[in-house]
Design a protein around this ligand. Structure first.
Ligand code: ASP
Length: 334
């Protein structure tokens, strides 16, 4: 007698539907982007602000895809995308970076090339306009993986990367959040968590993956605090053998759980899909310990996923043809 377990039955059904041309074909992506996860609720958003986020993420996706279409590498695309988001005051990276408890802006970023396995990271920068470019310079023009603070800025200056005065990073919105959080901390009230970090993962025409992440960290972080964004394996990871991942969320949880690498390792050692691996880590392991956040992850076939365990996450993808697709809230169809 023929008995089918649930898994075999599902596979059988999918194959049958595909042969009949009925299978819901999930689009393939060449580029996936995020602009941070957190308590992002429709009722707290105006239409015009929502529009600004959607437009900026779409613009970044279109620019990044153009890089790939013109024969650029996945690293080129990731840098181009993140540079646009760093220059926008909307996101907690570059121009829109949050303030530390001391009222400063300290920026972290990293990048990894899935084809070569090379990586670069910077932390606690205070004068670099585009930290993602600094991370790339560390990867490509130094013998090191990570540089921090004034040493990193010395190196970055020698690479001809644009420096700016500290007040370039001032935005009233972030300053008000900083003041409010200080007040709330004094009153010991909970601070609404929003993680506006930016990140991108890309697959180029040569079949190479790359991932990058850039952030101002967390509002009112303590002096010298570094989050997961510049930690290779925590906030960023890429390998052609598995996937490219960029994370956003409560960095301490992402560091302790080595989130980006954990997803890649699950794929490698357990032979599961990028979607299953990311889901297990974000909505399984992290959710169970209240580690708020999400990831974008992309494999070499263009399969991608954008899971998060917070109410929302700015996110989007684009395929080689077609319009950019951008989402913000939890209930949206992807
Ligand atoms: N992960 C970042 C950090 O902890 C914050 C964020 O995603 O916005 O620094």
């Amino acid at each position: 007698m023929l008995t089918l377990n649930k898994f075999t039955a599902t596979v059988f059904l999918c194959v049958l539907m595909m042969q009949l041309g009925l299978a819901p074909t999930k689009p393939k992506a060449v580029l996936v982007v995020h602009g941070g996860a957190g308590t992002i609720l429709k009722e707290q958003m105006t239409d015009s602000i929502e529009q600004l986020y959607r437009e900026k993420l779409s613009e970044a996706l279109l620019v990044g895809r153009e890089v790939i279409r013109k024969g650029g590498t996945s690293v080129d695309a990731v840098v181009a995308v993140i540079e646009i988001l760093e220059d926008s005051p909307l996101f907690n990276a570059g121009k829109g970076a949050v303030f530390t408890a001391e009222g400063k802006n300290e920026l972290d970023a990293s990048i990894m090339d899935g084809g070569t396995g090379m990586a670069g990271a910077v932390a606690s920068l205070t004068h670099v306009k585009n930290p993602i470019k600094a991370a790339r310079a560390v990867m490509e023009h130094s013998e090191h993986v990570m540089m921090i603070g004034s040493g990193a800025e010395k190196f970055v200056t020698s690479q001809g990367i644009e420096m700016v005065p500290e007040d370039y990073f001032f935005t009233q919105k972030r300053f008000d959040q900083h003041r409010k959080a200080l007040g709330e901390a004094v009153k010991a009230e909970p601070i609404q968590k929003k993680y506006g970090t930016v990140g991108a993962v890309a697959l180029d025409g040569y079949g190479n993956l790359a991932a990058g992440t850039s952030t101002g960290g967390m509002t009112n972080k303590q002096f010298g605090r570094v989050g997961d964004a510049p930690i290779i394996g925590a906030g960023t990871y890429a390998s052609n053998a598995s996937c490219a991942v960029s994370a956003t969320g409560h960095g301490e949880f992402f560091i302790r759980n080595v989130v980006a690498y954990d997803i890649a390792a699950l794929m490698t050692y357990k032979n599961v899909s990028v979607e299953q691996a990311s889901e297990a880590v974000i909505n399984g392991k992290l959710k169970a310990i209240n580690g708020g956040g999400g990831v974008i992850a992309l494999d070499r076939e263009g399969n991608f996923t954008m899971p998060f365990n917070t109410p929302g996450m700015y996110r989007g993808f684009i395929s080689l043809e077609g319009e950019p697709q951008v989402f913000i809230y939890g209930a949206e169809e992807e």
